[in-house]
Design a protein around this ligand. Structure first.
Ligand SMILES: Nc1ncnc2c1ncn2[C@@H]1O[C@H](COP(=O)(O)OP(=O)(O)O)[C@@H](O)[C@H]1O
Ligand SMILES: [Mg+2]
Length: 359
């Protein structure tokens, strides 16, 4: 069902991403690693899960690890253990080997980590075991930028996997963080040099596709909405599949009127926009990033962003510092550059910034 609010799990519930899906599956089948990048709510998790479904049909084992909110190697370890327990067939197959790993308590259906066990070494031991005993295996690390502050540990671990176990492939999703950059353009001294993953950037739907998506979802419920109303939805939510889905769900499942569904979608989207921005700002210089964002919300050139920051802080900002700020926003897919001006990608994030609620 197109208007299901959960990330989609099956290729047939995923709208308009056939080419992306084929590319991902093709790369993984050829044991090439891949990163799926893009803004929040664009459908990265859905695409990764649909790829999981298709790969499983082709005899791959796929572990899905959600890293949102994890910021340590312990978080990665917990995610891997969780995914392994979820994959009952693989778990049954490797349980006897897992129980030989010191640091793990292995039960019938659950595993726990013993006190004092080191997450980096334990994760390596588990992945090595999978490298030795699983057949073709794909591990999806969803929202991998969350591990940015343990980037060097992770890159080393991944490089070791890459050079030792050709049956294990990784699929990363997230935004273009420093971590993703170091996976994609490693320095010559990096263990990943010459082994960069493929990269796929997922964009919001174009206006025509957005309209068709809404029509297709409504058709599943034998409903129609006047075209002018659909155009209003598309112009308000700018082709972000997550918001279009929410609107569609409100009209079809919750049976709200068009106006009420718009209002409800705006409310929900506003909450997520706030959460996304706050999560982004948590680890950054809040004031400068917010000043830049507020200028960009109106649409701004490089010098206009600079002027807005300088006027508000009363201090000069040099090109290098401004570049760090603007690049971080671009890499998080919060803003994009069109011609010589910068704009906020998600119209809801833009309205949130203009509302003055972000301080
Ligand atoms: N191509 C698509 N077809 C159908 N629904 C989609 C599509 N892309 C995203 N969605 C829906 O949008 C919402 C956000 O998708 P999700 O995969 O969680 O995005 P992301 O991981 O990029 O934040 C979910 O409700 C999902 O079902
Ligand atoms: Mg996601």
């Amino acid at each position: 069902m197109l208007f299901d609010l959960h990330p989609k799990e099956k290729p047939e519930s995923l709208y308009g991403r056939d080419d992306d899906l084929s590319k991902i599956v093709g790369h993984i089948e050829n044991h090439r690693w891949i990163s799926i990048l893009g803004p929040r709510m664009v459908g990265k998790t859905s695409i990764a899960k649909a790829a999981k479904f298709r790969l499983q049909r082709r005899r791959f084992t796929v572990l899905y690890v959600n890293l949102w909110g994890s910021n340590s190697m312990q978080g990665l370890l917990d995610g891997v253990l969780h995914a392994l327990q979820d994959s009952s067939k693989l778990y049954r197959k490797v349980k006897k080997y897992l129980s030989r790993i010191e640091g793990l308590n292995v039960g019938l259906v659950h595993m726990t980590v013993k006190d004092g066990a080191k997450p980096v070494s334990l994760t390596w031991q588990i992945l090595s075991l999978l490298g030795n005993h699983a057949d073709d295996l794909c591990i999806i690390l969803d929202e991998v930028q969350e591990l940015s502050n343990v980037s060097s540990h992770l890159v080393k671990l991944l490089a070791n996997i890459f050079s030792t176990y050709s049956n294990i492939s990784f699929c990363f999703t997230g935004s273009q963080s420093g971590l993703v950059k170091s996976l994609h353009s490693p320095r010559p001294t990096s263990p990943l040099y010459g082994r960069t993953p493929a990269m796929l950037t997922i964009k919001p739907f174009e206006a025509r596709i957005s309209r068709n998506f809404l029509v297709a979802g409504l058709r599943e419920h034998e409903m129609k909405v006047p075209l002018a109303d659909l155009d209003e939805v598309v112009s308000r939510f700018g082709g972000i599949p997550g918001w279009l889905t929410y609107y569609g769900n409100s009209v079809t499942i919750s049976k709200l009127s068009h106006k009420e569904a718009l209002r409800q979608t705006e409310k929900e989207a506003f909450k997520t926009a706030k959460q996304t921005l706050e999560h982004y700002l948590e680890i950054r210089k809040r004031r400068i990033h917010l000043l830049a964002l507020k200028a960009i919300a109106i649409q701004a050139s490089w010098s206009e962003i600079r002027r807005a920051i300088e006027a508000n802080t009363g201090k000069k900002i040099n090109d290098a510092s401004l570049k760090i700020t603007v690049d971080a926003l671009l890499e998080a897919f919060i803003i994009e550059k069109r011609g010589s001006t910068y704009q906020v990608v998600d119209p809801v994030v833009r309205r949130y910034l203009l509302s003055g609620k972000a301080k």
